[in-house]
Design a protein around this ligand. Structure first.
Ligand SMILES: CC(C)(COP(=O)(O)OP(=O)(O)OC[C@H]1O[C@@H](n2cnc3c(N)ncnc32)[C@H](O)[C@@H]1OP(=O)(O)O)[C@@H](O)C(=O)NCCC(=O)NCCS
Length: 179
């Protein structure tokens, strides 16, 4: 726990960050209390349950300008993911999804992180960092030691600051696409 306290102490918003170092599945656990957005204060919750509202996820991805994908395929991708993490806040009786990330894995050696997103209204508040670190904590709890991801060019330094390195020992990521 001390490591995480030191890691996050540079960012005041994260003082109320409730780091959860467990590998058990999380459901609606408060992660950050009283986060300010647009003059309102909300509590941010985390869940690793896969019963996500696909339309809400689509809206979240729309909000950051990602190309739409067929919801049927998105559902399959989520079902087959090793881990998903959702961040949301509750308003009256509904939940609003504001963050998402998922990881695929062989469950032993390797995991790859995909679809990391924080809603624009909640960006720049430390939530992306929390989301990523919670994902890494969960994967490390599963004893997975190699965690990879594909960073868009504009977010390389975001991941770099979280400890991810490009081209370790000169190793390059390579892609094959249908022509
Ligand atoms: C990238 C993203 C997840 C970051 O989330 P966020 O909540 O805004 O990030 P945080 O507030 O936690 O920022 C954590 C740190 O990263 C830095 N950071 C945030 N976005 C960054 C970016 N695009 N490039 C470089 N650094 C960035 C912050 O300045 C902060 O630095 P600090 O710890 O020194 O203060 C979010 O901007 C997003 O969803 N972007 C659109 C979708 C996207 O591009 N996803 C990545 C696909 S590979």
């Amino acid at each position: 726990m001390d490591f995480w306290k030191k890691f996050f102490k540079a960012n005041p918003i994260l003082e109320s960050y409730n780091n959860i170092d467990t590998k058990s599945s999380l459901e609606d656990v408060v992660l950050v209390k009283h986060l300010e957005t647009k003059g309102k204060f909300v509590d941010i919750y985390i869940t690793t349950k896969k019963n996500i509202n696909l339309y809400e996820l689509e809206q979240l991805c729309d909000a950051v300008g990602w190309v739409r994908r067929p919801l049927k395929k998105v559902k399959l991708a989520i079902d087959h993911s090793f881990l998903i993490i959702c961040l949301f806040y509750k308003k009256d009786r509904y939940k609003k999804l504001i963050g998402f990330a998922r990881a695929t894995s062989d469950a032993v050696f390797h995991a790859t992180i995909w679809d990391v997103v924080i809603h624009p209204d909640f960006q720049g508040k430390g939530l992306g960092k929390i989301l990523m670190n919670q994902l890494v904590v969960e994967l490390r709890c599963a004893d997975i030691s190699t965690i990879t991801l594909f960073a868009d060019p504009h977010v390389v330094s975001f991941y770099h600051n979280l400890g991810f390195i490009a081209d370790p020992d000169g190793v390059k990521g390579m892609f094959w696409y249908p022509r």
